[in-house]
Design a protein around this ligand. Structure first.
Ligand SMILES: [Zn+2]
Length: 285
């Protein structure tokens, strides 16, 4: 990471200020559940409205393409009903992490494709590919873990943070790349903008810190919604088992390292009580 290379002398003061700022902004926000830092200071360098607006345009472009290829699930489709029911339980909890997110127009769609992928874009625009649900035979709890993870990237504004850091290309192009990266590799029938922007694919990988945050907060918010957090572990086990001849698209941006599963296991004891409490509140055993 650039900022921690030995700086030329006249930059020392700037670097110190930056480090202090980072420490200040990353100090943990105290709350029950998993322990993650506050939002990165870099997030504020790019206006949220700009990121959300562009994401929205790209999302609708994707939906239109899916629609014209008859690959957009109708609102009566069983997979759509499954994903939207789970999202409805997760969203009210996800928005507690971000004030703006309370006013987002959250949207959920299922796209028919063999690709194993899902995303939640800035502004709360969610898409889940049927391949993820069907090929991995995900339970509701496991779907909740994927959605919780993706929602965390959105409410913690990880894309905006990356743009602020200049780790992806600038401004609008970066959001285009972000979206393209998320959808690239989808059903070959869905080409258009996806293919045109395919070169941006490799640019979108969240940092390991952001991934850990998405794993832990995602597991926590699913637990608070009454989904079994142990499903986070079985989800990753399924993903790794599939990582053979044709690795899931999701794995290209989410390496299923053993350390990932270990970290989730280490945090289980923190979120199990939240899950048990949620079940109790819902009148379930
Ligand atoms: Zn992720």
């Amino acid at each position: 990471m650039k900022f921690f290379q030995k700086p030329p002398k006249n930059n020392k003061f700037k670097l110190l200020t930056l480090c202090l700022l980072l420490i200040f902004f990353r100090v943990g926000a105290a709350r029950e559940g998993v322990n993650v830092g506050a939002e990165s200071a870099f997030t504020n360098l790019v206006p949220a409205e700009q990121v959300e607006q562009t994401a929205k345009q790209q999302y609708y472009q994707l939906l239109n393409e899916a629609k014209s290829n008859r690959a957009l699930a109708a609102s009566s489709h069983p997979l759509f009903l499954q994903v939207s029911a789970i999202s409805r339980r997760l969203i009210p909890i996800a928005v507690t992490w971000n004030k703006r997110a309370q006013n987002w127009k959250w949207e959920v769609n299922v796209i028919g494709s063999n690709t194993v992928n899902a995303f939640c874009m800035p502004g709360g625009k969610i898409a889940v590919y049927s391949g993820l649900l069907q090929q991995l035979k995900l339970t509701d709890d496991e779907v909740a873990m994927v959605l919780g993870h993706e929602m965390t990237h959105a409410v913690r504004e990880h894309a905006r943070e990356r743009m602020g850091k200049g780790e992806v290309t600038q401004g609008v192009a970066a959001v285009g790349g972000f979206v393209a990266a998320q959808v690239f590799g989808i059903d070959p029938r869905l080409t258009g903008m996806v293919a045109r922007q395919g070169s941006e694919l490799l640019l979108l990988k969240f940092s390991r810190q952001d991934e850990t945050e998405a794993d832990l907060i995602g597991m926590e918010l699913a637990a608070r919604a009454g989904y079994d957090p142990r499903a986070a572990i079985t989800l990753w086990q399924k993903m790794s088992q599939m990582n053979g001849n044709s690795p899931p698209q999701w794995l290209s941006t989410h390496p299923a390292a053993q350390t990932r599963i270990k970290e989730l296991e280490n945090n289980l004891s923190r979120v199990m009580p939240l899950y048990q409490q949620a079940r109790k509140n819902q009148g379930l055993p």
